[in-house]
Design a protein around this ligand. Structure first.
Ligand code: AHR
Length: 664
């Protein structure tokens, strides 16, 4: 066959020309973003992008809290839950190698139990703890063990600790000589010879007789800031990297409790760690599809640690307190109005704990814990997610009492669990009437909802209450569905919505994704911003959306429009713009939720900017794409330099931050 090269070349050239002139990309005209940098619409609150922390999904115990021993103080409902004694038979006390039984302290105290270990045959008796879904240890890292022992009866002379991997290989070991006498704290340490995600701690003894033990604890030495009783370094680093404006704690529904007796009481979470009374975690059996019966709150991270964490990561602390209503999705138990005083007093005392002089009673507690300087508390939340007249009545009492004593403290109120409907309408109307300073709104909705509601705050009263978008996350399936994914479609929709939050920064002053963290093997609720196992952690695409917004928050809101209109979904584009006084930049965030790439141009009035700009891009062609322990940065920001003079291209399904230097 004779090949006609001329024809091939002609056809190739022609089709090339066809695509050059007729491709849909080229046919589409650029969208010009008109940005008015001559006027500040509003100052962006330093609190604009923050963190919502709740102990759900093993976020605190088993997660951020670096303690590796589960049920270290034998206080779970089943006091030996988490502990195994392979060579013991509970039903024949004296006949085995040995046995540990829980015993209550004779005096009433907040740490109720210890264990009494009876050793008949030291060569056979073992007590084993497997941590929180295993004990995660890293090769060459140092681990600190401590325990309380009372050694009055018998002749137990030594206690031996061995860290074993799943195959039973010894990764580290240490022995401690026991002295005779009443309760005493012992410490030892060892270095892990290898990395293991699911190690266990085996405890054995020398000698015979009885020994009492409590608070058997093991921490990595390498915690955040190397603190004893510290936090997991990788997880705090992920939080710090978000440059959060605030840290809301301790929740969430956990604030409220299923009943009032089970609410979060901050006073029980400060002071010596061993004395903090344990409480079950209300998420343990909340969802029958994800039961976690071994989920308890040790309060090893208590209010002091939360304040300290906020300080460490440069976030304003935002504690939320019970307003005297238990979770309305559970019992909705109400404290009678004439018995509300202790609840209000908790709020007043918390302000003293955070800010009071060291010679005030609660300021002294803070100082004794090692922080004489105040924590500079400015905000306090009354109630988490309450609704109805009972909430408004209680909120008013708190409001009056707090403002009376601390007029400068800003009070955060709540509009209930939904972003619309009767509860929401009623709450907003009442709170606005009272002149509530900041109202918290929650929305767990579909990605479409987020895209379609980017204009949500455009119609809010500019002189009314300020808004805290306190809990939000796009749900790929449905709220609380275990099938929800932290996928790119959700993150992209949140980014589109966030341009709306930012465009309304005169009204919206605090925002946070929720929930924050989840253990890959022990979660109850998905999606979550950060996932971790016993060794590693990663930020989801949603995390990176939060991060690039927060680290490019800017100081002054600017007006941005296209063809005279706000850009809220036309041609699948969403935009907001700010100026950063400290870096002298105009920062433009543009989200393309569409499947095709888009051309945009900048027309900036009021300041001169250079030809070049930094572009931070977060993108994926695949809306179902996720990050994972194996591929933690599958979707993560990339930074490039672009020439903006002739316009720039936005990739399909992309979040873009352009940083343009101001030249004059
Ligand atoms: O973020 C999970 C839960 O959702 C929070 O605890 C609660 O406030 C909301 O209903």
């Amino acid at each position: 066959m004779k090949i006609n090269y001329f024809n091939i070349i002609k056809t190739t050239l022609l089709s090339g020309l066809f695509f050059c002139f007729y491709s849909p990309l080229q046919a589409q005209s650029a969208t010009t973003l008109d940005i008015d940098a001559s006027k500040t619409v509003a100052e962006i609150a330093p609190t604009m992008y923050g963190i919502f922390f709740e102990d759900i999904n093993f976020a605190a115990d088993g997660g951020l809290y670096a303690e590796l021993i589960k049920n270290r103080s034998f206080e779970f409902d089943w006091p030996l839950m988490g502990w195994e004694q392979p060579n013991s038979d509970r039903h024949s006390y004296n006949k085995n190698s040995g046995i540990a039984v829980p015993v209550q302290y004779s005096q009433e105290q907040t740490n109720h139990n210890f264990i009494r270990v009876k050793i008949n045959d030291a060569s056979g008796y073992k007590l084993i703890n497997k941590g929180f879904r295993g004990i995660g240890v890293h090769e060459n890292e140092n681990y600190r063990l401590s325990f309380l022992a009372s050694n009055s009866a018998g002749s137990v002379t030594q206690i031996h600790f061995k860290l074993l991997d799943e195959a039973g290989k010894v990764l580290g070991s240490s022995s401690v000589d026991l002295t005779k006498g009443d309760w005493k704290k012992y410490r030892t340490e060892f270095t892990a010879k290898a990395t293991s995600k699911k190690a266990s701690l085996e405890i054995t003894f020398s000698g015979q007789g009885e020994i009492d033990l409590d608070m058997i604890s093991m921490f990595p030495e390498n915690t955040w800031k190397k603190r004893e009783n510290g936090m997991r370094k990788d997880l705090v680093q992920l939080l710090a990297d978000m440059a959060p404006g605030f840290l809301r704690f301790p929740g969430g529904c956990i604030v409220e409790g299923r009943t009032l007796a089970e609410r979060y009481q901050w006073k029980k979470t400060v002071g010596p760690v061993a004395d903090r009374e344990i409480l079950f975690n209300r998420w343990n059996t909340e969802f029958s599809h994800r039961p976690t019966p071994d989920y308890f709150q040790s309060f090893g991270i208590g209010f002091f640690e939360y304040f300290q964490l906020a300080e460490d990561i440069g976030a304003t602390p935002l504690p939320i307190l019970s307003c005297g209503i238990a979770c309305q999705f559970n019992t909705g138990e109400l404290v009678p109005m004439d018995q509300l005083d202790p609840y209000v007093q908790d709020a007043l005392d918390l302000i003293e704990f955070a800010n009071g002089d060291v010679d005030t009673p609660w300021g002294k507690v803070r100082a004794d814990m090692g922080h004489p300087e105040p924590f500079n508390l400015k905000y306090i939340g009354v109630g988490n997610e309450q609704w109805g007249p009972d909430y408004i009545a209680r909120y008013k009492v708190f409001n009056d009492a707090i403002k009376d004593q601390y007029p400068d403290i800003v009070i955060v109120s709540g509009s209930g669990p939904f972003p619309d409907g009767d509860y929401f309408e009623y709450g907003m109307e009442q709170l606005t009437q009272i002149g509530a300073e900041i109202i918290d709104e929650h929305y767990y909705k579909s990605p479409e909802w987020f895209r379609e509601n980017a204009d949500r705050y455009d119609s809010y009263d500019r002189n009314g209450s300020k808004i805290f978008a306190g809990e939000y996350a796009a749900q790929s399936v449905a709220i609380a569905s275990p099938e929800n994914e932290n996928n790119w479609e959700c993150a992209l929709a949140e980014a589109a919505f966030m341009t709306g939050l930012e465009r309304n920064a005169d009204v919206v002053q605090l925002t946070s994704y929720a929930p924050l963290m989840a253990h890959t093997e022990a979660w109850q609720w998905t999606p979550d911003l950060i996932w971790f196992d016993n060794l590693s952690s990663y930020g989801t695409p949603n995390y990176y959306v939060q991060q690039i917004f927060a680290t490019n928050r800017g100081s002054d809101l600017l007006k941005v429009s296209a063809r005279g209109e706000k850009l809220i979904g036309q041609n699948d584009l969403y935009a907001s713009a700010v100026k950063d006084e400290s870096t002298s930049e105009v920062i433009v965030k543009v989200v393309n939720t569409g499947a095709s790439s888009k051309s945009i141009k900048f027309n900036i009035k009021g300041v001169k900017t250079g030809k070049k700009a930094e572009q931070i891009i977060l993108k994926s062609d695949d809306l179902t794409a996720v990050n994972s322990i194996e591929k933690p940065k599958n979707i993560s920001p990339e930074t490039t330099q672009v020439n903006v003079q002739k316009g720039v291209q936005l990739s399909p399904y992309s979040v873009n931050v352009f940083k343009l230097k101001i030249e004059n």
